[in-house]
Design a protein around this ligand. Structure first.
Ligand code: AMP
Length: 375
């Protein structure tokens, strides 16, 4: 089946056409500056996509569309076939994801207008974390914040955590229902997830993707009084702090660069800012892994994935070093291997197996779309 995977932003549209039989990417691209250029809206962006897709596909036709939708709120716990009611439900979740959900709706409506008969599937970043128990997803705040404003922990990167959980369990020959692990999705955005019996029972991102780990440009965990006090003092507006914490913090704030490659190179060359950034980010993740080891009742595996997780030998080493107290032992030679396959990087006698596994959110979205369209 040929699936067009769409990741629609407020001013951009990222796409890939995948053959779900071979997992081959037939074409991919990005339309940017929608609304700020001659491309006036998502409909026009889609015209451009259709043109370049038809050049590549020739006589073959797309069978369906899979949309990455950031927020599924409390309603969506798995991918769904889109109809007008589902589209409105995604739209109603806009207050929880003001940048992302309205953009996804624009993408869905543009496809509906252009190809009304093409089945469309929504795949939600939050859905995989719907299995978290209430004591994990509740913040210890008055109920009104939850019941009126939807303030609770949702978690993100679910498509990736779900896929990588399956890959790791398969690699280790463990039934997914019996598999306990900590999955570390470390890209520009980063989150760790506690997996118990194959399901998410805790995750480091919360109400928004700002909570948790030190990321490329996001601060991760901090004391909320930082925000309230600075606003009350008149030092910054809430909107300015939103930008500071999401776009100007994390590795960028500590090291002057959001890219982990530059940070590890800087640290190796003796730059103390880069060293601080590397130590902060790895320390935070080590703490989460140790906590989640307890949360899952003993992890069988720690799994690294996404840009940093799959590629940064140094970052994995830094994260695992303090975990030696739990009996975790990395094998330096295996850690240095570069490969696109699932692989073990811990020693045979490590108390917890450490793996690297490649994530592929587009392929997971395409497969989820195919499954619903076929059924
Ligand atoms: P992603 O969001 O999954 O595409 O990951 C992007 C991040 O992966 C980049 O910001 C880099 O910091 C990081 N990355 C990619 N390749 C490497 C590498 N060889 N070493 C360290 N970090 C890397």
């Amino acid at each position: 089946m040929l699936i067009l995977v769409i990741n629609s932003g407020s001013s951009s549209l990222k796409y890939q056409v995948l053959d779900t039989v071979t997992d081959e990417v037939l074409t991919s691209g990005l339309v940017e500056r929608i609304g700020a250029s001659e491309i006036k809206d998502h409909g026009q962006a889609l015209d451009l996509v259709a043109e370049s897709v038809s050049e590549v596909l020739g006589d073959r036709e797309i069978d369906g569309v899979g949309h990455r939708v950031v927020h599924g709120g409390e309603r969506f716990s798995k991918p769904v076939l889109i109809n007008p009611e589902i589209t409105r439900a995604i739209e109603r979740l806009a207050p929880l994801a003001p940048l992302h959900n309205p953009a996804a709706v624009l993408g869905i409506r543009a496809i509906t207008a252009k190809w009304p008969h093409l089945p469309q599937v929504a795949v939600f970043d939050t859905a995989f974390h719907r299995t978290m128990p209430e004591h994990v997803w509740r913040y210890a705040v008055p109920d009104e914040l939850y019941s009126r404003y939807g303030v609770r922990r949702y978690g993100f990167h679910g498509t990736s955590h779900d896929l990588v959980t399956g890959l790791a369990a398969d690699y280790l020959g463990i039934d997914r229902q019996n598999f306990n692990a900590v999955i570390c999705h470390l890209g520009n955005g980063a989150s760790a997830t506690a997996i118990r019996n194959g399901e998410s029972v805790d995750t480091s991102m919360g109400y928004t993707p700002l909570e948790g780990l030190v990321m490329g440009t996001r601060s991760g965990d901090l004391d909320p009084s930082i925000v309230t006090q600075l606003v009350m003092r008149g030092a910054f507006t809430a909107a300015e702090l939103d930008t500071i914490l999401n776009k100007q913090s994390g590795l960028l704030a500590l090291a002057g660069d959001a890219d982990m490659r530059a940070v590890t190179e800087g640290a190796a060359a003796g730059d103390e800012h880069a060293e601080l950034a590397l130590t902060s980010a790895s320390y935070r993740l080590s703490k989460y892994i140790a906590g989640y080891h307890v949360a899952v009742g003993g992890a069988q595996a720690i799994v690294f994935t996404a840009g940093i997780g799959e590629n940064s030998i140094v970052f994995r080493e830094r994260v695992c070093a303090p975990l030696e107290v739990l009996g975790v032992r990395l094998d330096p030679e295996l850690n240095a291997v570069r490969s696109g396959d699932v692989r073990r990087i811990s020693t045979e006698d490590s108390a917890i197996t450490v793996l690297v596994a490649p994530t592929n959110e587009e392929s997971a979205i395409a497969r989820a779309a195919e499954k619903l369209i076929r059924d």
